[in-house]
Design a protein around this ligand. Sequence first.
Ligand code: 5CA
Length: 184
Amino acid sequence: MTAANARTMSNSTTPKSTTSKSTTSKSTMSKSMGRVIAAAEAAGIGIAVTVLPDSTRTAEEAAKVCGCTVAQIVKSLIFQGTESGTLKLFLVSGANRLDLERAAEAAGEPIERADPRRVREKTGFAIGGVAPIGHLAPLPCWIDADLMGFETVWAAAGTPHAVFDIAPGDLRHATGGTVVALGG
Ligand code: 5CA
C-alpha cells in the first residue's frame, strides 16, 4: 500500500488512535502525533499525517510504504554533547550515515548517541517514531544538505506508524535547523 492510497482511504490527518479505545500507550502515541501537527501549524505549515498499518520504524520501511526513495526519508537522530550533555537533533537523509566528525564540528563539541529512555523523556517520542518537530522542548537542529534537493521528503510523525511529507525548505523553516553536509 502506498502512503497516498492510505491517506485517501483513511483520511487520516488526525490520528487513528483517537478514535480507538484508549490505552496508555495509544493515548501517548496520539499526543505525540498531535504535537507534530501543532508544531507544523505554529510554523504556518499544514501537514497531512499518514497513518499506516505497516511499520515505518526504519528509513527502509518508511520508503517502502511512502513509495519514495530511501534518500527522501528524514532520519530524526537524537545525539547528546559529550561535554554539555545537551540533546541535539540531526536530520539525516535515509541514504546517509551521520558522519560523527562533521556533526561534532557543526555542534561545536563531540557527540554521542542519546540513550533511548532519555530520548523518550526529553522529546516525548520513542526511537523509531522520533519526529523532526514537536519535541517537548526545542532542540538545536542541523539538516543534512542531501535532503535539500528533493521536492518532498518524508519524516516520522511521532510514532513508528505515522509519516508526513514536507518540502525541505518548510522543514528548515519549521525546525530552524542549519543546513550542513552530514553524510559520511
Ligand atoms: N520512522 C523512521 C523513518 S522516518 C525513523 O524514525 N527512522 S530513524 O532513522 O529516524 O530512527 C531510527 C534511528 O534510531 C536509527 O537510525 C538509529 O540511529 C536510532 N536508534 C536505533 N536504536 C537506537 C538506540 N538503541 N539508541 C539510540 N538510537 C537508536
